[in-house]
Design a protein around this ligand. Structure first.
Ligand code: AMP
Length: 320
């Protein structure tokens, strides 16, 4: 089923306790699309400025399953830029700067050929832009969004309006607390479900993630807890969350028979909880590769066979 993502394509500067990468390719849309492309064709809709380096554009070309017709290079505009520094534990990070630049202007155009996309992922960007983008798709079967601290604090109203329109939300543990005022992950997730989505994935960095899903008509929720893949080589966690989402949505796009696609199709909500859980496993594993190098460096050399081998290893680790 056709998958589309919209979010940021960025020029990042990342510092870790032991090294630093300046002016590298990043962005929520970028990491998502690269990760999803291992599982399914993915359409990207984003905008960069005319300062976007040619060598970054060439990195994207190394992912043949990414359809880049929706990547606009806007004359006279500057690309979104972000800088972050990781603390000693490599799990917590401080944002050093966010230059919205082109993403504070009008949203990118959704190519007419993309308007029939059935799975829509609204990667991190201004929630007003996410909402405008969402309206451009004719009849999505599944809409999932991501958000982060900046938007929760600066655009709460737009974010709440958006949440009422999505089926799923992925966000970090800290952000779930910021959004709901609740420290307990499950309690926070339940509160998010009251805001609109049917499922929420709360990511907890090296501690994995928690999926909380409300089934149609069910009084209570289903919950799954998945550990992170225990990585020995963590060079740069940037993009782990977006890669997680890319793997998750990529598997959803590929694993669900078309007959299940319409919202429910009379057979209960789609995707089913078990499908979502399997999708989260794929997200966990792809993210574990992203963090092995700066930017998209690891993803550009990654092969599907390596993902499958690690999926098997991860499944063995989970056996109890
Ligand atoms: P993650 O580590 O998964 O949270 O994703 C980090 C990526 O998101 C970086 O490559 C940044 O360029 C991008 N990013 C950082 N802040 C924002 C923001 N406020 N909105 C959209 N994208 C962002």
């Amino acid at each position: 089923m056709s998958l589309v993502v919209t979010g940021t394509v960025s020029i990042d500067t990342v510092a870790t306790p032991t090294s630093r990468a300046e002016g590298v390719l990043g962005g929520s849309c970028t990491f998502f699309a690269a990760a999803a492309s291992f599982f399914t064709p993915v359409r990207m809709v984003a905008v960069v400025g005319d300062d976007f380096p040619e060598h970054h554009a060439r990195v994207l070309e190394r992912f043949p399953a990414i359809d880049r017709r929706g990547l606009e290079r806007r004359a006279g505009a500057r690309t979104f830029r972000w800088g972050g520094r990781y603390r000693e534990n490599m799990d917590q990070r401080d944002t050093l700067f966010t230059e919205l630049n082109v993403i504070a202007e009008r949203p990118p155009e959704v190519p007419p050929a993309f308007r029939d996309s059935r799975l829509v992922f609204l990667a991190n960007t201004h929630p007003g832009v996410q909402a405008a983008m969402l309206s451009a798709f004719e009849s999505p079967s599944l809409v999932v969004a991501d958000t982060m601290d900046l938007w929760i604090s600066t655009t709460p109203k737009e974010l709440r309006d958006l949440l009422a329109r999505v089926d799923g939300l992925v966000l970090n543990y800290d952000e779930a607390e910021q959004l709901t005022g609740l420290r307990n992950t499950v309690a926070a997730a339940r509160r998010v479900l009251e805001m609109g989505p049917r499922f929420v994935v709360v990511k907890k960095g090296e501690h994995g993630c928690i999926l909380v899903c409300r089934d149609k008509g069910a009084a209570d929720v289903s919950i799954a807890a998945l550990p992170a893949y225990p990585s020995e080589r963590v060079v740069d966690p940037t993009g782990a969350g977006d890669s997680f989402a890319g793997g998750m949505m990529g598997v959803l796009a590929e694993s669900v028979p078309a007959a299940d696609a319409p919202r429910n199709g009379g057979r209960g909500p789609w995707p089913a909880f078990d499908t979502l859980r399997r999708a989260c496993v794929a997200g966990t594993v792809v993210a574990s590769f992203t963090i092995e190098a700066f930017s998209l460096d690891r993803l550009t050399t990654l092969r599907r066979g390596e993902i499958d081998a690690r999926l098997e290893e991860y499944a063995r680790m989970l056996r109890v």
